[in-house]
Ligand binder design. Sequence first.
Ligand SMILES: Nc1ncnc2c1ncn2[C@@H]1O[C@H](COP(=O)(O)OP(=O)(O)OP(=O)(O)O)[C@@H](O)[C@H]1O
Length: 590
Amino acid sequence: MNVLKQLKQYYWKDRHLLFISIVCLMCSTALGLVYPHLLRFLIDDVIKKEQFEWVPYLALLVVGVVAVKASFAYIHGFTGGRLGNRVAFSLRNALYEKLQVLSFQYYDRAKTGDLMSRLTADLEGIRQFIGFGFAQLLNVFLMFIFGSIMMFTMDWKLTLVTFVTMPFLVFTALRLERRIHPEFRSIRQANSNLTTAVQENINGVRTVKSFAREPYEVEKFAVRNGEFKESNISLSHTWAKFFPMLELLSSVCVAILLTTGGMFVINGSMTLGELVAFFSFIWYIIAPMRDIGFHINNYTQSKASGERVLEILNQYVHVKDKDTAVALRHEDVKGSIRFDHVTFAYPDKQPALTDFNLEAPAGSVIGLLGGTGSGKSTVIQLILRAYNIKEGRITLDGKDIRDVTVESLRQQVALVFQETFLFSSTIRNNISYGRKDVSDEEIVRAAKLAKAHDFIMELPLGYDTIVGERGMGLSGGQKQRIAIARALIKDPKILILDDATSAVDMETEHEIQAGFQELMKGRTTFIIAHRISSLKHADEIVVLDGGRIIQRGTHEQLLRQAGHYFETYKIQYSDHPDFAEQKEERRVAN
Ligand SMILES: Nc1ncnc2c1ncn2[C@@H]1O[C@H](COP(=O)(O)OP(=O)(O)OP(=O)(O)O)[C@@H](O)[C@H]1O
């Protein structure tokens, strides 16, 4: 019930639907109690006393009762359906909203397939339970109470005798609940593992095919599918074990009733009509007891689902605004960034940056160079406040970035990654993604600056061409140019190019960079690149190794020093005419 309590805010606002649904189900159940009385009347007062003129009235009454009962059932179904769907709607929105605010730290470990299964299968479980399961579970108890009251008022001795197996029935039903709950949890987990396997396989289809690893993938899927099957089989085993037991215990009740009740009728302490009515009432008790397994099943399933959904909703958000955080105004931001003795480690890892210091005045260009894993991307992530730092501070125009709202901070920054993600939408929408109101002229201007306009115009639908989620039909370089245009349109104060020109050839890189020269004016730019050609115009180049700065200076200064920068230069420019000249300059300088 704790899960239901935690989910209260999602269904409580529609409580009128819940109440109507429950009341209607109760009324429908209560009306069912009329039948046994009608039966008793038919046998004892009509058939035995040969008052057959009552039969048509009784038949009409039954039709009337059925019609009213059906109306209540309809209202129960209608309101329950509405309630379930409304709850699912608000939960789905809440989950999606939460997914937007969860920090990078969460996504570092999250599995897409798992998240998808929580947003779909688990939500469906909750919808079913809140819409119908809850009212039905309550109805089970009501049927039991109504039925027992009726039976006790008719013949309390017979009722007591009949109820002798009830404690065993309840005990078995409760044991069943305890057993199947963990099984449902493993089914849900196995289901999400299965979804993850499919999702990763589809996402990585090119890698799978290029390594000819289809058989391995099939096997991996078969293992997970096997786990899913085993969890389901284990559940049906439990079910198969318990269900006959519940059936047996309820049949014992009926047998006791028939024997004892039969004796009562024979010795005249009960009429035949009363026994028949009693026999109908006993189903009011047995049916809920026998179905309690099904309802408990339903309840435990949705409880397991609810736990998985709540796990996301209750997930801690690492990066969030302080109460005193101020929103930056775009026009006031100049863009100077400063790292002040920053040491940062990803969770459970060695520091990715150690005592990192950097001064990037507004409008300057900072180049970051270093081997794989040296910490370049981490510098960028920290500017965006993707993670919280524990030591040191990062400031924007002198303000600690923890004192400004995350949204307004990120609005000042535009990023172009090595890997471009395009949404399955038109090229126009992909370019204008970072801003709300953008004119076509601005889109074209940005595309021209990013050298994307010409190839876009060659596409059959131009800017209205729909690209797939992986930028279907576009080359790596073309995707990247769209990403560059997307960054340009944001008119950012801080521009970050994370290996942004790695997928384009040298000539295009040169062209794009010519565009960048204009773009970079008035913006602080961080360039991560492996090519010296992308960095050499930077005002300062920082060379990183193992999270520490090992060299810093301008291109010219660094070329005059022995070290990583010059070694990289040597490798990239060894067959370039400038190289001999540079070598000579260095020799003279040394
Ligand atoms: N999300 C993450 N979670 C945990 N550790 C990470 C994460 N991202 C990076 N790291 C670790 O931090 C260190 C620095 O990584 P970073 O991505 O900053 O290097 P990089 O210089 O950008 O490398 P590359 O050129 O290969 O992209 C590495 O040891 C890396 O394994």
